[in-house]
Design a protein around this ligand. Sequence first.
Ligand code: SF4
Length: 308
Amino acid sequence: MTVEIDSNSGFCGGVIRAIGGAEKFLAERGELFSLGAIVHNEAELARLQHKGLITLDSLNAAPASFTVSPKEGSTAKAPVSANKTLLIRAHGEPPATYELAREKGFEVIDFTCPVVLKIQKSIREASRRHSPDGQIVIFGKIGHAEVLGLVGQVDGKAVVVENLPQLEVAIASGEIDISRHIDIFSQTTKSPTEYDELCAYLASRMAAPGLLEVHNTICSQVASRHKELVDFARGHDVIVFVAGKESSNGRVLCDLCASVNPRTHKVGSVAEIDPSWFSVADSVGVCGATSTPKWLLEEVAGHIKNLH
Ligand code: SF4
């Protein structure tokens, strides 16, 4: 059996930047709060938690104590210390979060990915340009942190659709008015093919040409990974896709692998690997999401190599 790790898998630039910043801060100060999981990967979160990173579910907790997310492996109450610092992760946040953090006495260190910051700015500008009649539509996961941050740029005045059927419903109900100007944006980690289909459909429904402005906001690192991953998945007998349960990018990329290679299996750690997936002559490809650490891909590959 041969086992190959996809050289293009592993953290994207935005996640590397945020984790690097958090580790540097923790080495100096020993404690850092993060609003939401800094990365959607349980194993990496546990590693950072050990170094002093405390994940908060919300800033709306009482100032005296915050609940540490149970998903990150702890249900303990984290005491709020003086001079506490809050990290804004790569997904970004709406402006209201920055205000609330300061009200709660946090010093903020902002690791919003530069790509996301650019989209946030672009949404604010599009909204101003076409005010008061323009509409903002976002193709993304409802409730996802990045999407909440994007919607927050225009005080929540944006329609979020997760897929084509939702777009059809929004048009039919009048929530999206096809006789008015529309600026459409995508969450950075969505499927480029799906976004193209959605935009083509919307363009075909608009009341007049020129009313729709499509913003190409899928992250280039994600878009190129889609193409490379299809080749990688086709080139192996079995694919083991490593991603955290909460990773939306992980779901999209794993589905992509499964669409070209039915012997695709998704795991969060070595404990979920089933030896019956492999036979001695198989070539196995190990790959992951933009939130999957390289060390975990190596651990999974090493475990599979030792099976036969
Ligand atoms: S996927 Fe792209 S946009 Fe999103 S955090 Fe990573 S580098 Fe930034």
